[in-house]
Design a protein around this ligand. Structure first.
Ligand code: NDP
Ligand code: 2IT
Length: 456
């Protein structure tokens, strides 16, 4: 069959929508990747013939299960759990677990799809997966969270394993939840293995895993700026979220001499005109993670700051925007106001925080735009290093891991520029479409492995 006889992008997307009715986040994620891949494979017959993109966009399997648990008032509660194993062409399925009331199969399928490209971009041997539940950990006691996590793992354990599928944390799943799940896995299987990453340091966790996503995103930002002959020093940054990724991204921006103006949570954002210094960021970490409090409480401790209820921070003028909360938090209108206010770089700490309209605004404005699958890959990359340490039963030093994270992010940046700069432009200085670069570089490794396997 001639290449010109194969389906084009619009027909491909129509098929995706038909096969995944109502799964708008999943369709959106495929849309963003597929437009670049279609361009890349237009003269590459094998990728068409073997239906590679069509196969990557169909998860290997989606496991859905009931999770029953008992709350502190002895009510029996029923939640739904999932594990989406998207693709293991280049390594065991790998990706986080999200506990949040808005988790649906569509959300987890988009995350597992994105994760496949992200994990490939790290250069490590990691396939793509994601899991989670519509369980809301907010307002639950430690014992309720423990009972939920144990029940969740009582089903999940059949589907995971250190060479099969290795989950980690994501929204609503941090060190506490990973420990409860790991304890239950160990109890059921009688095996101490690296089945989860993000573990406590006492039981196989890795140094630097906690900081890795946020630090990595800012390293990526630093590399984009450096390529443009600039740096973070003296720049103002608007950061959203106040969880693991946001607080560590903010911390690294401060280390590099930038000024962080905002942090947020699901109830609104805080603007601090003096900037969040390391002590203030540390207060936020303690308050949000240990005390499980609200970002709004910040203004009681630091009264020069102002809390904006039910609002997102994208209207605050800044040089750098770093979305680190959730999907679709930057819409087209938000993107326009960032550009109009002089923002020069957007780097995504979260997964798919910018919707398709927003991405188009950033691309048209030709500002530096680092997509999540490249910019936030430091977390999963460090998870990959946790897996290596577990397998070899060794512990690497903080210094070694910090250096490896830095090099991994540099490698990801390099892979993006390899495919993101138009033919004829300079690889070192020409405009880089990082979205395209990340999509193609991430796709190519997985696609070539799939080609080698034939039709399986
Ligand atoms: P956390 O649970 O630690 O923090 C999440 C933060 O985002 C909180 O401030 C939370 O506010 C806010 N948030 C969550 N959902 C919403 C929503 N619907 N609207 C507004 N704010 C919201 O999660 P992480 O920091 O780990 O994850 C943040 C993002 O980074 C996610 O997109 C995740 O997929 C991505 N990511 C995480 C990695 C990791 O290693 N942890 C790796 C790569 C990407 P509140 O407290 O009010 O809920
Ligand atoms: O989105 C992500 O990359 C994560 N939540 C981390 C995944 C991992 O396996 O460390």
């Amino acid at each position: 069959m001639a290449v010109s006889d194969h389906v084009g992008f619009p027909e491909f997307m129509a098929g995706v929508e038909k096969r995944n009715p109502g799964q708008k986040e999943f369709v959106q994620a495929i849309h963003e990747v597929a437009q670049d891949i279609f361009e890349f494979i237009q003269d590459k017959e094998e990728y068409h013939e073997y239906q590679i993109l069509r196969r990557i966009a169909e998860p290997d399997r989606v496991v859905s299960f009931r999770v029953c648990w008992e709350d502190d008032d002895n009510n029996i509660r029923v939640q739904r759990g999932w594990r989406v194993q998207n693709n293991n062409a280049i390594g065991p399925y790998k990706g986080g677990i999200r506990f949040h009331p808005n988790v649906t199969e569509s959300v987890l399928k988009f995350l597992a799809f994105e994760q496949t490209f992200k994990n490939s971009l790290t250069g490590l041997s990691l396939g793509g997966g994601k899991g989670g539940s519509n369980f809301n950990p907010k307002g639950k006691s430690d014992h309720e969270v423990m009972r939920f996590c144990q029940s969740f793992m009582t089903e999940l354990f059949r589907h995971v394993g250190d060479d099969i599928d290795v989950p980690a944390g994501d929204i609503g799943v941090g060190g506490r939840e990973i420990a409860y799940m790991f304890g239950q896995y160990k109890r059921i299987t009688n095996k101490f293995s690296g089945v989860l990453t993000g573990k406590g340091l006492e039981f196989g966790g890795s140094l630097v895993r906690t900081e890795a996503t946020g630090y990595g995103a800012v390293y990526f930002l630093q590399d984009m700026l450096k390529r443009a002959g600039d740096d973070v020093e003296g720049k103002t940054a608007v950061v959203s979220g106040s969880g693991n990724v946001a607080t560590h991204a903010a911390e690294k921006i401060v280390h590099l001499g930038g000024k962080v103006l905002t942090l947020s949570d699901s109830q609104g954002f805080v603007f601090d005109p003096d900037g969040f210094d390391l002590e203030k960021i540390s207060w936020v970490k303690e308050h949000k993670t240990r005390r499980r409090g609200r970002i709004a409480d910040y203004v009681e401790v630091y009264p020069s700051a102002k809390f904006h209820a039910e609002a997102r921070p994208w209207g605050v003028p800044c040089d750098l925007a770093v979305p680190c909360a959730t999907q679709n938090e930057i819409r087209g209108e938000d993107a326009k106001s960032l550009v109009a206010n002089g923002c020069i770089v957007v780097v995504e700490g979260a997964n798919m925080p910018t919707d398709l309209d927003g991405v188009a605004v950033f691309k048209n404005a030709r500002i530096l735009f680092g997509p999540g699958k490249a910019a936030n890959a430091g977390g999963v990359a460090l998870s990959g290093l946790e897996m290596s340490q577990n397998a070899a039963r060794v512990v690497w030093s903080e210094e070694e891991l910090q250096e490896r994270l830095r090099q991994l992010m540099l490698g990801i940046h390099d892979r993006c520029t390899q495919y993101g700069v138009s033919a004829g432009a300079s690889k070192d200085t020409g405009y880089c479409d990082y979205v395209k670069g990340a999509n193609i570089a991430g796709f190519k490794k997985v696609a070539d492995a799939m080609l080698a396997y034939g039709v399986v």
